[in-house]
Structure formats: structure tokens, C-alpha cells
Design a protein. Structure first.
Length: 335
């Protein structure tokens, strides 16, 4: 929070006009409370961070009705000027929504972002290429022992690859959600706010069996060590990214390059990016129904659920799991 801003949470529409004569920060707080805070799982923390870092220092004390297009351009130019072009596009989108809110409620007379296009700052969001080739999955399997990850995180990597689950869905799941060969994801866990059923392949079930043996008394697939709840959503991601950063950090594992997959340096990067290989492989096996685009890495992976005959189902098939590639390879080598 910047300065001593007026208390705006829970404002009624009739209360908003009294903020007209106050600064842009008051407009932000009113907009944030009404349209942002309850919309995002992170309670809008990224939206607030962008505003407080780049907008408030420049125009935070200005009345909304006195902010011109040139003021917005100055804000976006400053962000793009430090090389954060995608961030510039996101910030412009935030400001466009905020001033639409202001105009509807007569807090501002016009929207100074109307004639601005994020393309002017090359701020379009470009999807990264992040799918793993089959040989890279096999290399990952060889590198894991040297990465010195805890066994739970090794299991997480293969379950993520084998199911297309998001890291938040998997890390916050309980064992009572695993029913037979299915993982039931409730609306509280899914990004789409729809329940989903993940059908588990034999390979994934083997990983789950190993995972259960590590913490047999816990109700959580990935229990926290100290508080009795689930592990933090970022914990698994941090363990993986640390082993690709190439920079030693005091008090953490020295294996800072152990999960780099040449020639592309940051392949696995974060578990949420590990789902692409499974999506790509499954896409080759039959039609993919749109609906869960973010899970499979967006349009590149054709995004979605396999059409399994019932809504809200994502299917894992033996032979279609990215993780199972390594399992099959191991079987051939032993044979």
C-alpha cells in the first residue's frame, strides 16, 4: 500500500463520487476492490505490484480526470525502456480497465488509453517454445539422480508429465481425491473453475504408489514438513528452477546445472511447463477438445482435454504419457 490511501474496500457505487477529487491511487484502490481482488487466485497481487512499482510514482497523486494520454505514454515508455516490453503491454491493459471503470462511474471524463495500442511497445505476449522432445525426456530421466531432489519432487515431475495436471492442482490434492485409476480435481483447485477427472495411466499409478510410501500417514499427496497442510504451491517449482539457474545460492543445493537440457538451457524451467510434452504426444493420438488451454501450454499444444466421452475429463493413456517414454526405454534397455 502506498501512503495513507483512503479506505475503499467494500465501497458501494454511491460512495465512489466522493473519490473524484482525490488522486489516482484512490481510483486504483476503488477499481482493485471492486473488480480485481476477488477475481484472481493471487488476490490481484501482480496487478498491485505493477501499479505500485511503475504507475503510482509517476501519476499516483494526480486526479484521474487530469491524467492525459501523454501521461500514460510516459508510464509505458519507462517500462518498455528498461526492456520489459511484455510487462509494458500488461500494464497498459491494467490501466485501460481501470480508466473504463473510472469513466463508467463518472470519476474520470474520458479514458486516456483509448487510442493506445500495446503493439506500439511490442508488448504482445509471445508464447515460448517449451515442449520436450522424446530424447530430452530420456535425458531428463538420466539427469534426475544427480539433481539430488527429494523423492517427492521426482515423483511430482513424472506425475506432471504423465497427467497434464497443473502444479497447483497436483500439489494441493489429497489422497481421498485418488479414486481407483482416477484423480478427481474439484473446482477449488482448477484454473477453469470446473471439476475435472484425470485418468491415471499405469506409469502414473506407479509413481503415486511410490509417493504414498514416502508419507503414508498424510492426507496430502505432497505434505508440508511443519504445518500439517499441503506443501507451498511454489516449493516444487523452486526446487527445479534452482537446478537450472547455473548460479550458486548459499544454503541451497550446489547442483545448479543438473537439470539443464542442452542445447536449450531452461527447458523444464517450471513444472507448469512440463505438461506440454504430454499434450503434444496425446495430440498425435486423436482429437483434442478445447477447454483447458493453459494446462497444455496454449495454442501450441492445441490446448485441451481429450474427448473421452464425458465433459470435464482429461485422459492419461499408457503410451501417451511423456513420463512413460522413459519407463518404456528403461524396459527395452533391461530386455
Amino acid at each position: 500500500m502506498i501512503g495513507a490511501l483512503p479506505l475503499v474496500r467494500g465501497l458501494d457505487r454511491d460512495d465512489l463520487p466522493k473519490y473524484v477529487g482525490l488522486g489516482d491511487c484512490a481510483l486504483f484502490e476503488a477499481w482493485f476492490a471492486k473488480e480485481i481482488e476477488n477475481k484472481y487466485k493471487d488476490a490481484g497481487s501482480e496487478v498491485r505490484r505493477r501499479y505500485e512499482k511503475d504507475v503510482a510514482p509517476l501519476i499516483g497523486k494526480r486526479e484521474p480526470s487530469r491524467i492525459a494520454e501523454s501521461d500514460i505514454v510516459a508510464v509505458i515508455d519507462a517500462v518498455a525502456g528498461r526492456g520489459a516490453k511484455r510487462m509494458a503491454g500488461l500494464l497498459l491493459a491494467d490501466l485501460r480497465q481501470m480508466f473504463k471503470f473510472a469513466v463508467r462511474r463518472k470519476i474520470a471524463t474520458y479514458n486516456p488509453t483509448d487510442e493506445l495500442d500495446k503493439g506500439d511497445w511490442s508488448g504482445e505476449s509471445v508464447e515460448r517454445k517449451r515442449n520436450l522432445a522424446e530424447k530430452e525426456i530420456l535425458l531428463l530421466r538420466k539427469q534426475l539422480p544427480d539433481a539430488k531432489l527429494i523423492p517427492e519432487t521426482e515423483c511430482a515431475i513424472w506425475i506432471l508429465l504423465g497427467t497434464l495436471c497443473r502444479i497447483g492442482e497436483l500439489s494441493q490434492s489429497r489422497w481421498d481425491q485418488v479414486i481407483g485409476d482416477e484423480l478427481m480435481l474439484s473446482v477449488e483447485l482448477t484454473k477453469t473453475k470446473e471439476p475435472h477427472t484425470v485418468v491415471l495411466s499405469p506409469f502414473v499409478r506407479k509413481q503415486l504408489k511410490r509417493l504414498k510410501s514416502l508419507n503414508p500417514q498424510s492426507e496430502w499427496l505432497f505434505p508440508a514438513k511443519h504445518n500439517g497442510g499441503a506443501v507451498d504451491r511454489k516449493s516444487i517449482t523452486k526446487q527445479i528452477t534452482h537446478r537450472q539457474r547455473g548460479k550458486l545460492v548459499k544454503g541451497r543445493s550446489p547442483a545448479v546445472t543438473s537439470l539443464r537440457l542442452p542445447p536449450r538451457v531452461r527447458i523444464v524451467v517450471a513444472p507448469i511447463e512440463s505438461m506440454n510434452p504430454g499434450a503434444m504426444m496425446r495430440g498425435r493420438g486423436g482429437p483434442i477438445r478445447k477447454g483447458i488451454q493453459g494446462t497444455c501450454g496454449g495454442a501450441t499444444a492445441a490446448a485441451g482435454e481429450r474427448d473421452a466421452g464425458r465433459t470435464g475429463t482429461r485422459v492419461g493413456r499408457w503410451g501417451g504419457d511423456a513420463g512413460a517414454v522413459a519407463e518404456r526405454s528403461a524396459g527395452r534397455a533391461q530386455g
